[in-house]
Design a protein around this ligand. Structure first.
Ligand SMILES: C[S@@+](CC[C@H](N)C(=O)[O-])C[C@H]1O[C@@H](n2cnc3c(N)ncnc32)[C@H](O)[C@@H]1O
Length: 247
């Protein structure tokens, strides 16, 4: 019997592959350990009183303030076109803009992926409505709105080449679950672009809970074994951090 399986036959190869698949996908498949959340008796201004890895999570910016996202001064403050140019995208890439808001970055990215698409994910239907209005007025077809949940970006597994979060991650009420969902949605070698106002820099005129230090971001991404590829520091106020899903 043993000798039969040791022989190189189509059936023995099939059984060997089945065993290999079982070992890698079932027997040793591990869920990533959740570092846990803590709730404080008191919250800071603009915080929700919930902590993740020592960081207090901030309030979600309401859709009523969406016009602030399109303020003209943002061009100098956040250099959006240079951010998109530095993403190194291919024309057919699928990019998820998580916490897309009014689509300030989604539409810029869409122009650089004419054969691909941008999945603009947000939890506020009013934000997605603004995106639909701009799509119609500018006749853009490769931006697709996705209604996310506070703990799930609602993206299929291994469906995206890159994800970008601009000024959004710090307000995710369930950062572990969100990055878990994004991680699963990324294809191997897919990249995460995480932009946050620099928490180390007191001259950046943004409230503390709406900023993040590089050290804190790396700590939170390390939970998933994401490789910290580089930080681009050409922006006046923000870190542009790049993480890669290996394997
Ligand atoms: C400050 S706005 C930034 C919008 C956009 N990235 C920009 O730079 O213009 C943050 C956005 O993240 C969204 N958001 C918050 N939690 C989210 C979550 N768990 N999933 C998806 N979007 C979320 C909010 O609804 C809001 O539209």
């Amino acid at each position: 019997m043993i000798h039969y399986f040791l022989r190189f036959t189509p059936i023995s190869v099939f059984y060997a592959l089945a065993v290999l698949w079982f070992i890698t996908n079932v027997a040793f498949a591990q869920e990533i350990a959740h570092p846990g959340y803590e709730v404080a008796p008191e919250r800071r201004t603009t915080g929700i009183g919930k902590f993740y890895m020592g960081r207090e999570i901030s309030f979600v910016m309401g859709h009523q303030a969406a016009q602030w996202l399109n303020r003209p001064s943002r061009i100098q403050e956040e250099m959006p076109d240079q951010v998109v140019a530095n993403m190194g995208l291919s024309a057919d890439d699928v990019v998820a803009d998580i916490g897309a808001g009014s689509g300030y970055f989604s539409f810029r990215i869409a122009a650089t992926v004419p054969e691909g698409k941008v999945l603009a994910v947000d939890i506020q239907p009013e934000m997605l409505q603004l995106i639909e209005e701009q799509k119609a007025s500018d006749r853009i077809v490769n931006v697709v709105g996705v209604l996310g949940e506070i703990d799930d970006p609602n993206l299929p597994a291994e469906s995206i080449d890159a994800a970008i979060m601009v000024d959004a991650y710090h307000e995710f009420s369930h950062p572990f679950e969100m990055i878990n969902g994004i991680y699963k949605a990324l294809r191997p070698e897919g990249r995460i672009f995480l932009l946050e106002y620099r928490g180390e820099d007191s001259s950046v005129p943004i409230r503390p809970l709406h900023k993040m230090t590089e050290e804190q971001v790396v700590k939170e991404m390390s939970v998933f074994g994401l490789e910290w590829t580089e930080t681009l520091d050409f922006l006046p106020w923000q870190h542009m951090m790049i993480f890669t899903k290996r394997g």
